[in-house]
Design a protein around this ligand. Structure first.
Ligand code: ADP
Ligand code: MG
Length: 885
């Protein structure tokens, strides 16, 4: 029935999971829930759907197993990659038997048997069909990642499974009765099969699923897949690089490429920007050709295609550039290149991405062997030399059996394709001829085609270097990796529960994650993992495991989703790890304030239900809905579009921190990339500010006296139209990283609105009494409209309307000027309004207008604010006036 390509049959036979097919299928047949654990690369994702398919799941005809196979992934990256892989392995075509769906992309044919999707997609399907009728089995992959959506799905499915089982029993009975009574049933017997759930995890830590009696009263069986794991030697650094880990990674990769035998290198960095930046630095280094460094936020020409300019020609050409021959160059010039780069550093690097405050305490008191005898004290100067030191000391030769001392082995990176062990005969001076390299980035936002490049074969003699975010930690297995360079960090969401603002910051990973990363090096043979942090730091500061996302992220959206699915008492929901009850209460309170829930019953309102259909946070959804509604009553489409486009920009502005940079006097040690001061310092020393320019008058031209949000929108509008984004930020004292993010977010929101304007929004009726449908014409192509806008100013009506919309979305953050102040207002008004006290509905103590707010000159009676910043006093920022109705 299944006819796999010969090459696939061969590689499959090497996967331990294939030997366990029978055991796995028996477990699934006999249980409703099965947990499969196996190290990354053991074959879970690619093989288990095939086992199920061959056992008859996924077809519409097979009685008790009718219904397709659904496979979820927390990451979009993995969806297309695995769908494509499984289609290839089964000799099927993508879009016929095998389909996939992610937020902005979908390919599903009529004869779909196996559907790969993100967990978010399945969660949305649950909202329209709680029984998931079209599925016979659901595989939740990467459950160890503990994404909110996967956690919710596990809870949901734990309720759904018994229901489906009961229903399938009843249906059988009915059909039996009908046929007993002599009724002739036309067509094949199609009954709803019971639904099976397979939870797959890369780690053995599954107690949260197995021991949770509320979720699964019968403990589900755990099938463990053994992994063929070659030894991986761990090399800790003698010191932990706190700031510029990207340069450290660069040096490590260079040293590995120059000194160690063939084998792919996988570098773990934190985000798209440092990944792209390292890729271009590596290409520059290995091609010995100046590649012009383009503006930040745009791709350098050698990078894989990205975003707007996604096309295949680009992919082809990138290949040519990275494939530069290095053969004739001697080591000295390589070393020189390292030096040159170090000096260049300050200029190339726009900012250092991470400053991890907790990282620097007392780690040098290490007693660890791998550090104690390290005589290279200054890791900054050591550079590539130190890499060699580390390798010689802890490395290959000493840690593997036998006397294969590679560091003093002559190597030809080209000819030793599998030669870790075989090359050790020739000892002598180090004489290297590094081969070609192929440098590829890998991160979630990379277009699908470019992501798949990492799986393609590289020509013989070319070393594959992949620079990745933590998507390569467990989601994707890249063949042929022998060296891992781990910066020890990941970009994670950090939520400040008191201000409610969450942002992505660079944080240390968990020990478990570090082990996963190291494991990537030991799949094809013995490997090496170079950690850019000390063992003491690892032992003292790395948490054992990462916390589930649910405990770190805002949960208003999750609570609203659950409520709209009929789960009234969210706290009783069978979460694998329940959230803090007060966090749930706070979320409900917020949703009531946004009129998404009824105050007494806490049940979703019409507005709440409408909000739940828009895939943005509840605050943004609420504000956008308010604007959509107003836009409805406008006859002129261009006016309506302007409002919608403007509101989207406001939403983006209110999602990030204040981009107006003021404080130039903070010393560099105290500054962080977050507060924007680091950049300012650099700029100052580079003398980039024009004489006489002050933040005050630079900002003044954007300021709207009634709203910080509008001021930011003015700046954003001008920023997006400037010729040089970096220069624009410099000249106008804007935090460039914030502006980049904001612009990106604005585009994303535009896309969402335009996309949903076709199908979802027209069906929304916001109020029971007035069945006003949204005019999708007003919402279509708002991005195009925004881009063509020639000026950006609001007339008074529009201003009031947007103020109200903001107030609807941030309704729990309203403050009123304290009455005692009113008498003194005229006196106060002449000065700054720093001293004017406000009473917020969110906190007890008095709060104040932030001096940098564009509203601070006016001190209006009612304001709504985005965040409270506690410095000397609690200051409101992101302030908008609210007029009394
Ligand atoms: P797991 O889900 O357990 O981490 P996978 O099923 O993703 O394992 O991978 C199993 C094996 O199949 C890996 O060793 C990998 O080398 C290979 N593989 C997976 N995806 C691809 C692909 N797109 N191209 C080539 N090989 C792949
Ligand atoms: Mg997998």
């Amino acid at each position: 029935q299944v006819c796999r390509p010969e090459e696939v049959e061969k590689s499959r036979s090497n996967l331990p999971i294939v030997m366990m097919e029978q055991e796995i299928m028996e477990a699934i047949n006999e249980n409703l829930v099965v947990i499969i654990c196996g190290e990354t690369g053991s074959g879970k994702t690619s093989q288990v759907p095939q086992f199920l398919y061959e056992a008859g799941y996924g077809s519409s005809m097979c009685g008790g197993r009718s219904g397709i196979i659904g496979v979820t992934q927390p990451r979009r990256v993995a969806v297309l990659a695995t769908a494509k892989r499984v289609a290839y392995e089964l000799n099927f075509c993508l879009g016929c038997e095998i389909g996939f769906q992610v937020r902005h992309d979908r390919k599903i044919g009529e004869h779909n048997c196996i559907k790969f999707m993100t967990d978010g997609i399945l969660l949305r399907e649950l909202q329209t069909d709680f029984l998931l009728r079209k599925y016979s089995v659901i595989i939740l992959d990467e459950a160890h990642e503990r994404s909110i959506n996967t956690d919710i799905l596990i809870g949901m499915l734990s309720r759904l499974l018994p229901l489906r089982q009961k229903l399938s029993g009843q249906q059988c009975q009915v059909q039996q009765q009908r046929s007993d009574q002599g009724e002739l049933l036309s067509g094949p017997l199609i009954s709803m099969a019971p639904l099976k759930l397979v939870i797959m995890s890369a780690t053995l830590r599954v107690e949260d699923f197995t021991l949770n009696k509320r979720m699964f009263p019968i403990t589900p069986p755990v099938v463990e897949v053994p992994t063929r794991q070659y030894p991986v030697t761990i090399h800790f650094s003698s010191k932990t690089e706190l700031c510029d880990y990207e340069t450290r990674a660069l040096k490590k990769v260079c040293a590995i490429h120059q000194k160690l035998p063939a084998g792919g290198i996988l570098v773990f960095l934190t985000g798209q920007r440092d990944v792209e930046s390292l890729c271009s630095r590596l290409r520059k280094k290995f091609s010995f050709q100046r590649i012009p460094i383009l503006e930040r936020g745009k791709n350098s020409p050698c990078l894989m295609s990205n975003g707007a300019n996604e096309n295949t020609t680009k992919l082809e050409s990138s290949n040519l550039i990275v494939g530069k021959e290095l053969g004739e160059l001697d080591l000295e010039s390589i070393a020189n290149a390292v030096d040159i780069d170090d000096q260049d550093n300050g200029l190339i690097e726009e900012e250092s991405d991470a400053s991890l405050g907790s990282a620097d305490s007392g780690e040098e008191s290490s007693s660890d062997v791998s550090d104690s005898d390290d005589d290279v004290q200054n890791s900054d100067e050591a550079g590539a030399v130190q890499v060699e030191e580390t390798i010689v000391k802890h490395g290959i030769g000493t840690n593997l059996q036998g006397s294969e001392s590679f560091s003093v082995t002559a190597h030809d990176g080209v000819s030793t394709s599998h030669g870790m062990r075989g090359d050790s005969q020739k000892t002598g001076t180090v004489l290297k001829v590094p081969g070609k390299v192929c440098v590829l980035p890998l991160y979630a936002m990379l277009p699908a085609l470019a992501q798949l490049r990492v799986f393609a074969d590289v020509p013989k003699g070319t070393r594959l270097i992949i620079v990745s975010t933590n998507v390569a930690e467990t989601s994707l297995t890249i063949p042929g990796i022998r060296y891992v360079v781990d910066c020890g960090r990941a970009k994670e969401r950090e939520l400040n529960r008191s201000t409610g603002i969450s942002k992505f910051t660079v944080q240390w990973i968990s020990k478990a994650s570090a082990e996963q990363r190291a494991g990537r090096a030991g799949r094809t043979g013995p490997g090496h993992c170079y950690r850019l942090y000390s063992s003491a730091h690892f032992n003292n500061n790395f948490p054992e495991f990462s916390a589930p996302e649910l405990s770190k992220a805002p949960i208003e959206g999750t609570v609203l989703t659950l409520k709209c699915m009929g789960i009234d008492k969210v706290i009783n929901f069978p979460f694998p790890t329940p959230p803090d009850p007060t966090a749930v209460q706070e979320a409900e309170k917020c949703l009531v304030a946004l009129s998404a829930l009824q105050p007494s019953t806490k049940l979703p309102t019409q507005i709440g239900k409408a909000m739940a259909t828009i895939p943005v946070t509840p605050r943004h959804a609420r504000m956008l809905l308010a604007v959509f509604q107003e836009a409805q009553s406008l006859k002129k489409s261009s006016k309506a579009k302007f409002l919608v486009a403007y509101a989207i920009a406001v939403a983006a502005a209110l999602s990030l921190e204040n981009p107006f940079v003021k404080n130039l006097s903070i010393s560099p040690e105290k500054s962080t990339p977050e507060n924007g001061c680091m950049e300012d310092q650099k700029l100052k020393t580079r003398g980039s500010y024009s004489k006489g320019a002050t933040p005050g008058n630079a900002h003044a031209k954007f300021f709207n006296p009634t709203s910080d949000a509008f001021s930011v929108v003015n700046a954003l509008w001008a920023y997006e139209r400037s010729n040089s984004l970096e220069q624009f930020c410099r000249e106008n004292f804007l935090h460039s990283k914030t502006m980049i993010e904001m612009s990106k977010l604005r585009k994303q929101l535009s896309q969402i609105v335009s996309r949903y304007s076709k199908n979802v929004f027209p069906k929304l009726s916001l109020f029971e009494e007035k069945q006003d449908m949204l005019n999708s014409e007003h919402l279509a192509d708002v991005e195009g409209f925004w881009l063509q806008l020639e000026r950006i100013s609001l007339d008074p009506d529009q201003e009031v309307l947007l103020q109200r919309a903001i107030c609807a979305g941030w309704a729990d953050r309203v403050a009123r000027r304290l009455s005692s102040q009113v008498k003194n207002m005229t006196k106060e008004a002449s000065k700054s309004h720093k001293a004017v006290r406000y009473q917020s509905c969110a906190v007890q103590e008095a709060v104040f207008l932030h001096p940098s707010s564009s509203v601070s000159k006016v001190a209006p009676e009612f304001v709504v604010y985005n965040e409270l910043i506690h410095t000397s006093r609690p200051y409101m920022w992101g302030i908008t006036c609210v007029k009394e109705e």
